[in-house]
Design a binder for this molecule. Structure first.
Ligand code: ZN
Length: 459
């Protein structure tokens, strides 16, 4: 071969090798890098999911984790941090969490010197043709929320409620709740003026001691826990024995549409069959329905005493420990978590407070059930109704007749089982039926706090 032919052959071989490598590279890129980055799901352990240009808060204590729903190939992603003028060197690791998700974990080191730079931009890049993946506003917040209790109810009684109004000074938005020693949370809401909060808490009737703390957590993960300074008063609740009569079984057979042949012949088994069938007919969980978290801003919280029946007699009180016996056999025992009121049969049920109907319908052992939300996660509950006049979502108010008493569900005779629930937990309804209790434990607390808030100097 002459020199010219060698050159041409060399050129051909080079072109062949180059084309093959390019083709292989293109194939491998298409396998690991999604063509479309629009549907990216963004999650972060420090904040809620949000649209692009979200704001992240970082306390520098634990690593900042950014999760992306893309295949993992650490060569293709990088994180860069900028303040107004410069790029700040960042140390990050990329790790695979699931087959489709990876996490960019940014850890803090002293050399980052981020304390002085409060406003930052964090940018996640893909190092291939697509470029920018996400741009975020990053705020460094290393300060704990500062909690000041403004006003509380004078005391809390076993089974009852108390109101708290407090102030929280913090740079980033907050999660604020009251948590008892069994980790049950009662969420507070922003109240009246920026930085102020209002929340109800309860002392569960099952417990003999009250202990709760106020938790304030900011979006960077800084938190403060403050003991709630409430005077406590333990009270004893009555224990009572109740005989279940035979006519309960015969009355209930119609309600549950039981096929007669299915019902056991033994009297005790009959009773238990009815109870189980009633329970199985529950369509909603009262606890779930009344545990919906409220987040809005409240300018005030006004409650009138409840008086669901005009001149009622009380057949069973809140907190009573009831032992049900059927022909000398104990068939059921529990705390009575409402108050049983009765007058003439099918008497009307009046409402004294505004609210929104959360549920209205048949619900197994509750019978025909009405739930009304009054704000702050406080619900009034009406069971065993014969008639219901509103539907879920309706707004109701003082003066409305919401239904009539009855004996649907697990009810021994026509009555109203009236209850109050705070964020999923039954509380003593007698407090909310008592104008003196409401005046000194709710209204006075709000009035005193509003006076302090309005006259607060400086802000
Ligand atoms: Zn009852």
């Amino acid at each position: 071969m002459n020199k010219m032919n060698k050159l041409i052959l060399g050129l051909i071989i080079f072109l062949l090798v180059f084309t093959s490598i390019s083709f292989i590279l293109l194939l491998s890129c298409n396998n690991t890098v999604p063509r479309e980055l629009k549907g990216v799901i963004l999650r972060n352990n420090n904040i809620n999911t949000g649209p692009q240009y979200r704001t992240l808060y970082w306390n520098l204590k634990k690593p900042l984790n950014l999760e992306y729903k893309l295949s993992l190939n650490s060569d293709f992603y990088s994180a860069r941090l900028f303040d107004n003028t410069n790029e700040i060197p960042l140390s990050f690791t990329i790790r695979k969490r699931t087959e489709t998700n990876f996490i960019i974990e940014i850890s803090y080191s002293e050399s980052l010197n981020l304390f002085e730079s409060k406003d930052l931009t964090l940018t996640i890049y893909t190092n291939n043709q697509k470029g920018l993946l996400e741009n975020m506003h990053l705020i460094i917040d290393t300060n704990k929320p500062k909690v000041t209790i403004i006003k509380t109810s004078p005391q809390i009684i076993r089974g009852g409620c108390a109101l708290l109004i407090f102030k929280i000074d913090d740079f980033s938005p907050l999660d604020v709740y009251i948590q008892d020693d069994e980790n049950i949370k009662f969420y507070a809401q922003p109240f009246n003026k920026n930085g102020y909060y209002i929340g109800l808490t309860e002392w569960n009737v099952h417990k003999f001691k009250f202990s709760a703390n106020l938790h304030a957590i900011d979006k960077a993960g800084n938190f403060s826990i403050v003991k709630i300074p409430l005077v406590t008063k333990n009270i004893d609740y009555k224990i009572s024995k109740i005989d279940v009569k035979d006519n309960f079984v015969s009355e209930k057979k119609n309600e549950i549409h039981a096929i007669l042949s299915n019902i056991p012949t033994n009297a005790l088994e009959k009773y238990q069959y009815i109870i189980q069938t009633l329970q199985s007919k529950s369509v909603v969980s009262i606890k779930d329905l009344t545990s919906i978290r409220m987040t809005g801003f409240l300018s005030n919280f006004i409650m009138n005493p409840f008086k669901p029946i005009k001149n009622p007699k009380v057949s069973s009180d809140f907190g009573e420990y009831r032992i049900f016996k059927y022909k000398d056999t104990v068939v059921r025992e529990d705390y009575h978590l409402g108050i049983d009121l009765f007058d003439i049969e099918q008497t009307k049920i009046d409402l004294q407070n505004s609210g929104i109907i959360g549920f209205s319908g048949y619900n197994g052992s509750s019978g025909n059930l009405i739930l009304i939300h009054h704000g702050l996660g406080l619900y009034s509950v009406y069971m065993h109704c014969s008639q219901m006049f509103f539907k879920a979502g309706d707004t109701v108010g003082p003066g409305d007749i919401i239904g009539r008493t009855g004996q649907t569900g697990y009810a021994l005779g026509d009555h109203l089982h009236f209850g109050m629930i705070l964020q999923g937990y039954y509380v003593n309804p007698k407090e909310w039926m008592n104008s003196l209790w409401i005046q000194s434990n709710i209204q006075q607390v709000i009035d005193d706090a509003l006076f302090l808030i309005v006259n607060e100097s400086g802000s």
